[in-house]
Design a protein around this ligand. Structure first.
Ligand SMILES: N[C@@H](CCC(=O)N[C@@H](CS)C(=O)NCC(=O)O)C(=O)O
Length: 333
C-alpha cells in the first residue's frame, strides 16, 4: 500500500488540532494516508519511529516528520504549491497570519477545548483524566473542568463577537473575500467548527446562531464546501503502524536541511546533539538528535527509528518550543 503524495497523518477522530490539518487536506482534495492512534499514551507506532513528542497530530511527508500543526499547513502549502490556499501577499497575508496566531497562541483553541461538557463520557474515564493531567502538568478532573467553564464561555463568546463584528460584519462569505474558502478561513474556523459538533458545549442562550448569525452561517458554508470537495476527492488511505513505519523509513527525505543562521542566538552548530520540547503542553517529552537545520521558524533533528534501522528527521516550529544543547538541557527548564 502507498501513501498518496507521501503524506501520512497520525491522529485520532476527535482531536481538534488534527481537524485543522484534515479539513485543509479535504478542502484542497490533497490525497493522504492516515494512521489512527490511541487517544491516550502510549503510542508505540510513533515511538517505533523515534518520536518522543506526544501530541497529536503528527504528519510525515516522505521520511520527514512534522510535529505541531503550526508547521504542518505551511509545509503543505510549500511542498504542494499547485492549488495552495494561502494568500500571496499584502493585507490578506497579514490577516491570515494574525488569524493563525490569534486562534492557536491567543488562547481561542484552548478555550474551545475547555468547553468540553463535564458530562462527556470520555471525561468519566479516570485513565483519560490521568493521561491529560500528565500532558498538561496540572490537576484535571470533572470539578476543575466545571470550574473553568464560565471563563471559557466568556472567552469563546468574545471570539465569536470579534468575528461577527469585524471580519464577517459586512456580510462577506469568506474572511478574505475570496471566491471560496482560503487558508485564512481554515486558520480561523477550526476550533469553532470542532466545538459546534459537541452537544452541550455551547450554552445556546449565550452562543448560538441567534446572537452570531454571520459566524454560524460562515461555519455552515465552510462545512458544505468541505463536503463538496470530499464528494469529488479520494478517501484517506488507512495504514496500520507497521505499514506507516515501513513506508516512512523506506521513503526519501522531502527536504534537504543543512541550514543554520550564523546570527542565531542559541549559537548551536549543525550536527550538535540537541533536545527539543514544547513549552505549553506535553513538555516532559523531549526529542533528542543531531541538529540538521535551524532557521528562525523551524528546528530539524535527525534521529533513529530503531525498529527499521533508519534515520528520520523531526521538524518542529521555533514558536512555542525550546531548543537546547543535549548535555545542558536538563538544567535549562
Ligand atoms: N500546538 C499543538 C497542539 C496539539 C495538541 O495539543 N493536541 C492534542 C490533541 S487535540 C493532544 O496532543 N492532546 C494530548 C494527546 O493526545 O496526547 C499543535 O498545534 O499541533
Amino acid at each position: 500500500m502507498e501513501a498518496p503524495n507521501g503524506i501520512i497523518i497520525f491522529h485520532y477522530p476527535f482531536s481538534p488540532y488534527a481537524r485543522r490539518v484534515i479539513r485543509y487536506l479535504q478542502l484542497r482534495g490533497l490525497a493522504y494516508a492516515e494512521c489512527m492512534q490511541p487517544h491516550i499514551m502510549p503510542r508505540p507506532d510513533l515511538s517505533a519511529l523515534g518520536v518522543a513528542y506526544r501530541r497529536i497530530p503528527v504528519m510525515a511527508i516522505g521520511r520527514d516528520i512534522y510535529c505541531d500543526t503550526r508547521l504542518m499547513l505551511r509545509k503543505l502549502e510549500e511542498q504542494f504549491p499547485q492549488g495552495a490556499l494561502g494568500a500571496t501577499g499584502g493585507e490578506h497575508k497579514a490577516i491570515q497570519h494574525l488569524l493563525n496566531r490569534w486562534v492557536t497562541d491567543g488562547g481561542v483553541s484552548m478555550r474551545a477545548v475547555g468547553l468540553m461538557p463535564p458530562s462527556l463520557p470520555i471525561l468519566q474515564d479516570p485513565k483519560f483524566l490521568k493521561d491529560r493531567q500528565d500532558f498538561l502538568g496540572r490537576p484535571l478532573s470533572k470539578e476543575t473542568i466545571e470550574q473553568g467553564r464560565p471563563e471559557a464561555i466568556v472567552a469563546l463568546r468574545d471570539a465569536f463577537e470579534l468575528l461577527e463584528s469585524t471580519l464577517l460584519a459586512d456580510g462577506r462569505s469568506w474572511v478574505l473575500q475570496t471566491e471560496g474558502p482560503s487558508l485564512g478561513d481554515i486558520e480561523a474556523i477550526w476550533p469553532f467548527d470542532w466545538i459546534l459538533d459537541m452537544a452541550g458545549a455551547l450554552p445556546p442562550e449565550i452562543i448560538s446562531a441567534k446572537q452570531f448569525p454571520k459566524v454560524f452561517d460562515w461555519i455552515q458554508r465552510f462545512r458544505e464546501s468541505v463536503e463538496q470537495a470530499q464528494a469529488s476527492g479520494s478517501k484517506a488511505v488507512k495504514l496500520d503502524g507497521e505499514a506507516a513505519g515501513k513506508l516512512i523509513c523506506g521513503a526519501s527525505f522531502a527536504e534537504s536541511g543543512g541550514k543554520i543562521d550564523a546570527a542565531d542566538p542559541l549559537g548551536l552548530e549543525l550536527g550538535s546533539e540537541v533536545e527539543v520540547w514544547p513549552l505549553d503542553s506535553g513538555s516532559s517529552h523531549h526529542d533528542k538528535g543531531k541538529l540538521v537545520s535551524l532557521t528562525w521558524d523551524e528546528v530539524v533533528l535527525a534521529t533513529k527509528a530503531e525498529k527499521w534501522d533508519a534515520e528520520v528527521r523531526l521538524h518542529f516550529p521555533r514558536r512555542g518550543f525550546r531548543v537546547a544543547r543535549a548535555a545542558s538541557a536538563s538544567a535549562k527548564i
